[in-house]
Design a protein. Structure first.
Length: 167
């Protein structure tokens, strides 16, 4: 039994999913850096700053995920070749339009959210509240950023769902 009051051998499934999330975040981070450096066009200033905001956030999350794995008493994945092999997110070209860059980030977010759900599912099995809390906050943040980026891809005539839900 560890200082977490969870048997070490029960933590392995959560650690596997956390390492997969770590790999996803590394490739996502690099895609954001790529876009930050290579954005062109009329949306340069807005997106250059947004991409920097997102990659700084991803950098912090990479460290927090690795430290959570260490807290669970395992080594985090730490080699680029392993990240590239493990991640569903793939490196992308720097020669994309601004809108395609944003759409790519949204695709990356969908993959991150799917992996986060896997982490939470495994952490729930062992009542690993620390991991659940950490990843829950990430889910909320990525969903909000996805909403904002998705809004950027729409034209001004687009509308949200106007269905009224009555109590």
């Amino acid at each position: 039994m560890s200082y977490l009051n969870i048997k070490d051998d029960k933590l392995m499934p959560t650690v596997v999913e956390l390492n997969a999330l770590l790999a996803e975040y590394h490739i996502y981070y690099q895609n954001l850096r790529n876009f930050h450096w290579n954005i062109l066009g009329e949306n340069f200033f807005e997106l250059h700053n947004k991409f920097e905001e997102l990659y700084n956030d991803a950098r912090v999350k990479i460290d927090e995920i690795a430290e959570r794995i260490l807290t669970l008493r395992y080594h985090p994945m730490s080699q680029l070749k392993d990240y590239l092999k493990t991640a569903q997110i793939k490196e992308v070209s720097s020669k994309l339009t601004d809108k395609k860059m944003v759409l790519t980030i949204l695709e990356n977010h969908a993959i991150l959210l799917k992996q986060m759900s896997k982490v939470v599912d495994k952490a729930n099995e062992t009542k690993d509240e620390g991991t659940i809390d950490l990843i829950g906050a990430y889910i909320r943040e990525i969903e909000k950023n996805s909403w904002m980026l998705d809004a950027f891809t729409k034209n001004t005539a687009s509308q949200l769902n106007e269905t009224i839900i009555e109590a």
